[in-house]
Design a protein around this ligand. Structure first.
Ligand code: ADP
Ligand code: MG
Length: 534
């Protein structure tokens, strides 16, 4: 399926295509599909689109396609307003350029200039930096732009807000006038338009304005979450809602695979669907979703387009989509055939503007909801027990137990007897709601013999390494670090094994502990269980 993606119509080098595929992008976002062709022709370009719409790759891909390797001096320069953005953009260009071995260097204040100079001497193809520091290097003659072919002003409106406009002018004057100039911005205030008029040659103008599209009449809500709490928030949402069948959307194939894995580790019946699956695999996943064996289907936009399943109770946007049309496509998967559904979107605080754009485009209010508390989750679990009790009250077999209860009720309070029956029911299913470590929790965790495997919801991306995990277990439990077994660090989560006899203590201590400054979720790794059943 990947071969049909619109990226393949752009005639990009095979090594760029391979990197795009590695990143898990299935198709270009609107700003990318409109900008990349004129940029490949060498045109100047002004691109306007909201934050979060994929502007970085819109210029990174043409840069990588157009520059020549190993010329020694920088051929492309990207100016960004902040050091964080310089790092992010430089990482994205490096990732997209990994098979071309493109050398990308972020340059920003606050880093020893001597080190930057050493790296520059070794030769760099693309420089990404904040205007102040770049100007510094130009003045010291440690950066020369006489070979520069492409210059990008990224997030131009923010650079204007930060007072960089004069620095930008000076830098522009230091570069060859036949360079290709690109300007990307979420908004187009006058000074930016004037700057473009002065320094660009007949630029192509592209504005991705949210088109008006009508959204189905379903409840739309959003949750604002910080990256490290995103997964926990998702679990609580699922646990506190009456989720029957849900589709959870991610932007990338990799995102889909990672999230599915994380959900499974937590015991949710989740499966994934994206462009790398062949027809047979897709059919298998879809039939399991239809039958209800899979409650959570994690999908990319492209893969979900063909999905037609009734009774999808929830659409959850793990990532907010890059454009309103995708948003409408996604949420249209629920609330079909007159049934009610709910669409939920998790956003980073920075994505508020993008969310507002979705709201305007769909002409509907997307209401903010607080992340469910543990009490909400418990409330929902009680609701489930209540429903099951009410069902049981209709059961014929009730009669055969009445005598026993009558007997007990002579001696004990009948409400207590009822409550005791529930304790039995919930305990026997290993889902007691209360967090007392039960031996069964430590079975089947996938650990080596004599060990118990634990899941931790932080990983490489949160800068967590094996040493840190061993240290926090040793510090928080008093168990020698030497007893800690196998550790696997993945992008967003990790696993650690500890000896069976220490498992209860480790769990108790680590449940509320911190790793790398954040409280983390620390749970025995679990085989798949059916969500919500006891
Ligand atoms: P902007 O600069 O417009 O704010 P970014 O370039 O930072 O947006 O992209 C936002 C996110 O979307 C990033 O995580 C990026 O990796 C992802 N992204 C970009 N293009 C695509 C695509 N074609 N498919 C899926 N995800 C993408
Ligand atoms: Mg950007």
């Amino acid at each position: 399926m990947g071969s049909e993606s619109a990226f393949s119509t752009l005639n990009l080098d095979a090594d760029i295509m391979r990197a795009i595929d590695d990143m898990g992008f299935e198709e270009p976002s609107p700003i990318q599909s409109k900008s990349i062709p004129p940029l490949l022709e060498g045109r100047d370009l002004i691109g306007q689109a909201q934050t979060g719409t994929g502007k970085t790759a819109a210029f990174a891909i043409p840069i990588l396609q157009r520059i020549e390797r190993y010329s020694g001096t920088p051929q492309a320069l990207v100016l960004t307003p902040t050091r964080e953005l310089a790092i992010q953009v430089s990482e994205e260009i490096s990732r997209l350029g990994r098979y071309k071995s493109t050398r990308v260097l972020p340059i920003y204040g606050g880093q020893p200039i001597a080190r930057q100079i050493r790296t520059l001497k070794r030769g760099v193809d693309v420089v990404v930096g904040t205007p102040g520091r770049i100007l510094d290097h130009i003045r010291r003659r440690t950066l020369r732009f006489d070979q520069l072919r492409m210059l990008v002003l990224d997030e131009a409106d923010e650079m204007l807000d930060m007072g960089f406009i004069d620095d930008i002018r000076t830098i522009l004057q230091e570069t060859p006038s036949e360079r290709q100039t690109l300007l990307f911005s979420a908004t187009m205030p006058q000074p930016i338009v004037r700057l473009a008029g002065q320094y660009m040659h007949d630029p192509v103008r592209i504005a991705i304005r949210p088109e008006q599209v009508s959204a189905p009449d379903i409840e739309q809500v959003y949750y604002e979450v910080r990256p490290h709490e995103r997964f926990e928030a998702l679990c609580r949402i699922i646990d506190s809602e009456a989720v029957g069948r849900a589709i959870i959307f991610c932007r990338t194939k990799r995102g889909v695979d990672e999230l599915t894995e994380q959900l499974r580790v937590r015991g949710y019946p989740a499966d994934s669907i994206h462009g790398d699956l062949d027809q047979r695999q897709r059919d298998r996943v879809m039939s399991s979703f239809r039958s209800g064996d899979t409650e959570l289907l994690v999908a990319t936009d492209v893969a979900a387009r063909g999905v037609d399943v009734e009774q999808v109770t929830h659409v959850i946007n793990w990532d907010i989509p890059t454009d309103p049309e995708s948003y409408v496509h996604r949420i249209g998967r629920t609330g079909r055939a007159g049934r009610t559904g709910t669409a939920m979107t998790l956003i980073h605080p920075k994505e508020n503007r993008l969310l507002k754009a979705m709201e305007r485009a769909v002409k509907a209010r997307i209401k903010r909801r607080p992340i469910p508390t543990l009490a909400d989750v418990a409330e929902r679990q009680r609701g489930i027990v209540r429903e099951r009790l009410l069902q049981a009250l209709q059961d014929d077999r009730l009669k055969s137990y009445r005598g026993l209860i009558e007997e007990l009720a002579e001696e004990y309070d009948s409400i207590d007897v009822g409550a005791a029956a529930l304790v039995l029911l919930l305990d026997s299913a290993g889902n007691a709601g209360g967090p007392s470590p039960k031996d069964e929790e430590f079975e089947d965790t996938g650990a080596e013999d004599g060990m118990v495997r634990f899941f931790i919801n932080v990983g490489r991306r949160q800068n967590v390494g094996p040493a840190q995990i061993v240290r926090s277990i040793a510090e928080d439990t008093g168990i020698s670090g030497a007893l800690v077994g196998k550790i696997d660090i993945l992008d967003n989560f990790s696993f650690v094994e500890v000896p069976r006899h220490t498992a209860a203590e480790v769990w108790r201590a680590m449940r509320n502990s911190r790793i790398g400054g954040d409280t983390v979720s620390f749970e025995p790794a679990k085989p798949a269980r059916k969500n919500g059943s006891f």
